[in-house]
Design a protein around this ligand. Structure first.
Ligand code: SF4
Length: 358
């Protein structure tokens, strides 16, 4: 095991131990009190709550009720950037807070906890990544949004899972060879979909990597009418069985568009909250993971996303601690690759709307 992998294992263990305790001990009076105080703080502090689909239902409800947003990382970034509030409260993991700060340096960006990170971010240290890029100067460097500001600063493009295939197809059509980091499963999927020459960094999401192809086949056999929805951070054998492969927003849309009563879902179970809202009465089954055994606490739920709770959200608003800061020079360079992603997403949205209008 390399030093990097050993460090990750320790940090992951800490995250797993902390994870599911965040709000579990709240009694209903305390929960109501915290929700009321958070609503009030958001109002008085000119703050907007931007939450990821993988956060707890209470956090998602608060974001919806108070004029914020619950979404995927691309839409969170866009929303925080365009919203007039002077403070953006990001409930998610650290790279999402950093992205919000890079896009809106004049705004205060706070998070319930700065400890919430991501195995993809941890597994791609900026210095090692820069050395890897230096070995392949002929390749366009494309990184997934789940990376540190310093890694984004070294990249030519940032992408999210919702636009990764489109961006790589676009670059492939221009004759460019790609260096992709950090998620090897998503990178492999993008490579197969686009036909591009893609060199992969060796990283993975600890949640999606747990989904198991053989057990999924067995679950499909037991539920032959079910449709299978898969996030492309999952292994290839799981992706191959999907009716729909897509980002969290794309999977959420699929439950309203597909004619099915039952869905088997291979992504973080936090998304089930919005899926049940969007398609009430349907059945959502977690795709099988390795982990009904005692060794896998993170199965189908990200231990870092689970660190976001009402208590630490309230504390962050009360104290102003857990504010995100990004080095100015790093932020300026990262803004170039992030800006390309946002421009590409904007153009594609116009094309989709235009096609729909036609
Ligand atoms: S679910 Fe995976 S990719 Fe998403 S934040 Fe958690 S570890 Fe990172």
């Amino acid at each position: 095991m390399s030093e990097r992998q050993a460090g990750n294992a320790v940090r992951l263990q800490v995250a797993r131990e902390d994870a599911f305790s965040t709000d579990e001990t709240l009694h209903s009076g305390e929960r109501e009190f915290l929700m009321r105080r958070i609503r009030q703080s958001l109002r008085t502090q000119d703050a907007v709550l931007v939450a990821h689909y993988y956060t707890a239902p209470d956090i998602q409800r608060l974001a919806d009720e108070t004029g914020g947003i619950v979404s995927d990382s691309l839409e969170m970034a866009r929303f925080g950037y365009e919203h007039p509030a002077s403070t953006v409260v990001v409930a998610g993991v650290r790279f999402m807070g950093e992205t919000a700060k890079i896009l809106s340096p004049e705004k205060r960006v706070i998070m319930p906890t700065l400890e919430a990170t991501c195995s993809l971010d941890l597994g791609c240290p900026a210095d090692e990544f820069a050395a890897f890029c230096d070995q392949h100067p002929d390749r366009t460097v494309v990184v997934y949004a789940n990376t540190s500001a310093a890694v984004k600063a070294r990249a030519d493009w940032v992408v999210t899972s919702s636009i990764a295939v489109d961006v790589i197809r676009h670059l492939h059509a221009r004759g460019e060879k790609i260096l992709w980091a950090p998620d090897k499963h998503l990178g492999d999927y993008v490579r197969r979909e686009s036909g591009a020459d893609v060199l992969l960094w060796d990283g993975a999401c600890i949640v999606h990597e747990e989904f198991k192809a053989v057990e999924l086949e067995q679950m499909r056999a037991r539920n032959p009418q079910a449709r299978v929805l898969v996030h492309p951070e999952s292994p290839a054998g799981v992706i191959e069985q999907a009716d729909v492969v897509g980002s969290t927003s794309q999977l959420l849309r699929a439950v309203t568009e597909l004619d099915a009563d039952t869905f088997i879902v291979a992504t973080d179970s936090g998304l089930f909250h919005k899926m049940r809202e969007a398609a009430p009465g349907r059945t959502f089954l977690e795709a099988p993971t390795a982990g009904r055994s005692a060794t896998c606490n993170s199965c189908a739920h990200c231990p870092w996303m689970a660190m976001n709770g009402l208590r630490n959200l309230d504390t962050a608003l009360q104290s102003g601690a857990d504010e995100i800061h990004v080095d100015e020079a790093v932020a300026r360079r990262a803004m170039v690759s992030l800006g390309r992603m946002l421009d590409f997403g904007r153009t594609r949205r116009k094309e989709v709307v235009g096609a729909g209008d036609a």
